[in-house]
Design a protein around this ligand. Structure first.
Ligand code: NAG
Ligand code: NAG
Length: 154
């Protein structure tokens, strides 16, 4: 029994040195997994690699900007945590156009609405694709400029 133990201890000692040299995730970790707004993460580390790898994924309607996977090295993450940016649908403008014609826009895109001739913008002409996937402020309207006088006589 005693002979067996003396055989095991040097092996454990060697393992300890290896562990310190390689700095595995169990001893030398980045303390927290950074969470992100509008997305989630998963620990995709392999048991056999001595690193912690986290993979990020965005909720539907959001796109990932930055590195999808980050690795813990010497207690620091390999790259900045990615962000999930909102996607906004093209604003519907009757009798007008948008400065940038796309199917989808990524936060914080700023577009300007221009009305067709004879129409004028009611609301803010500049709108921003905001974090909640809506345009801010509200999408303006294009209204015909020549209105009848307010008292109804014409
Ligand atoms: C959006 O763009 C317009 C026109 O270029 C500008 O006047 C406005 O300040 C911008 N808005 C923001 C929040 O950057
Ligand atoms: C969306 O965000 C804007 C500005 O960030 C806010 O003013 C607006 O109330 C929000 N809309 C909804 C539906 O939450």
């Amino acid at each position: 029994m005693a002979a067996n133990l003396s055989c095991i201890f040097p092996a454990l000692h060697l393992l300890g040195v290896l562990v310190l040299l390689l700095c595995p995730s169990c001893l030398c970790d980045c303390n927290t997994f950074p969470s992100i707004a509008h997305g989630s993460y998963e620990d995709v580390s392999s048991i056999f690699s001595f690193t912690t790898v986290v993979q990020y994924k965005c909720d539907e309607g959001y796109v990932l900007v930055g590195e999808e996977k980050i690795t813990c090295r010497n207690s620091h993450w390999s790259s900045p945590v990615p962000q999930c940016k909102a996607l906004c649908l093209k604003p519907e403008i009757k009798d007008g156009t948008v400065s940038l014609d796309q199917d989808q826009y990524v936060e914080p895109e700023n577009v300007t609405v221009q009305c067709d001739s004879g129409y004028s913008v009611v609301g803010s002409p500049s709108i921003i694709c905001s974090e909640n996937r809506t345009w801010y402020p509200e999408v303006p309207k294009c209204e015909w400029m020549l209105k009848p006088p307010p008292d109804g006589r014409s």
